[in-house]
Design a binder for this molecule. Sequence first.
Ligand SMILES: Nc1ncnc2c1ncn2[C@@H]1O[C@H](COP(=O)(O)OP(=O)(O)OP(=O)(O)O)[C@@H](O)[C@H]1O
Ligand SMILES: [Mg+2]
Length: 496
Amino acid sequence: MPRILAIDAGTTGVTALVVGQDARVQARGYREFPQHFPRPGWVEHDAREIWNATLAACREALSAASIQAGDLTAIGITNQRETTVLWDRATLEPVHNAIVWQDRRTAERCDALRAEEPRIRARTGLVLDAYFSATKIEWLLESVPGLDERARAGEIAFGTIDSWLVAKLTGGRVHATDPSNASRTLLYNIYDRAWDPALLEAFGVPPEVLPEVRPSSGRFGVTEAGAFLGARIPVSGIAGDQQAALFGQACFSPGMAKNTYGTGSFVLMNTGPTAAPPQPGLLVTVAWEIGGQICYALEGSIFITGAAIQWLRDGLRIIGSAAETGPLAESVPDTGGVYFVPALAGLGSPHWDPYARGTIVGITRGTTTAHIARATVEAMAYQTRDVVEAMEREAGVRLPELRVDGGASVMDLLCRLQADQLGVAVRRPEVKETTALGAAFMAGLAEGIWSGTEELARAWRIEKEFLPSPDHGERDRLYAGWVRALGRARGWAEPA
Ligand SMILES: Nc1ncnc2c1ncn2[C@@H]1O[C@H](COP(=O)(O)OP(=O)(O)OP(=O)(O)O)[C@@H](O)[C@H]1O
Ligand SMILES: [Mg+2]
């Protein structure tokens, strides 16, 4: 019986799923790993801790499925994107903590390069922001003594977390990535589909450190028995987490879109085999490459949605667990005029304002924790509307529906509000771990477990559908307040 092991190496933890030929999840494993915050605005991971969490999550999933590693047909990998690791090729030891996508330490470096932005955008489809890998690599090469020379001598490898895991899984034999991950580095030309010498030059990155870019679905290598649970298993799929979720949501044709409500929220719309020119406020990105066919997507990256719920829990302590948010927010009919703009790490799409900060407005004597919780949920829907409207404007299309997933999408209230704000149906699938499922699909397609995307589209099953309310007056009145609140949050912090 064919079985795929999907590894979802996320920002806060690693999930491992055993997926069968019927596209159902047979077993799962999960391990959280530590977040390191050495200074305000800095976020780091220890890549060795990610590897250990990966091994533990995989062991747990295999044991829950009562199978051995040798019973697996293939492995698929999906990962938090942009997060940057540099390691010693000979020893596979990281030379520094990984710098995480949320890290803002290179914001000023991006400001200094601002004149170059049009040229960079025209090659990468991205905006010039500390979010992406290039300035993180540059920072590491400049900050770790002797590293730049070692990199130029070919001793050092760069990778996003997918490349790091493939290197560890194969005992250092393979140094590779896929175009969905490469397209998030600011070093990859998505129109030429190659690492771009002019960008490498601009960011001072030596080509010797780069991984090979291979199709998202295809054999990357075979695990080394000594390195991975005693078995030799093909590693046959790689995609960045948001692109994998688009795939796991079976958004295979142009115009189909999904939103994942996790730490942040990422709206991706399939735009087919031709890359759009750069779009104001949005990102043009590679969705995947399969069987010689490339597929592009338009993306809106919202940095903080579910993380604001974590802040209600850990910072304000007005809830004990994330699961209390929905019931607390539903205990009041509205926010009583309160708006929460959760710009806790600046704002991403469509504003790209690294100096925006979190703002709560409209508080009165009657305001309670329930109103704040509801404002937190409403903010997820408003931020998504901002992105979707930018997307519809730029792509000149109207969304047919929005498929949703991620930890916070379990809240019916959120899905209802989202349907109202967008005026389209919001559809939630049975399998909510669409990120890992997408990675399983990539690997399974490469190994011939599934015939093609048509078979996978039939396997996508809906759990619940939310239809928009016909009352547009209410929705627009609420949204107008959001737009005013947003104005208060913009440009708040002084550039350092
Ligand atoms: N029952 C719940 N109700 C509301 N929100 C929830 C619930 N469970 C989880 N969340 C929110 O969902 C988020 C986690 O979702 P998810 O696991 O999809 O995140 P993620 O960004 O993919 O994380 P990672 O990058 O580590 O994979 C948390 O920020 C949490 O606030
Ligand atoms: Mg995730």
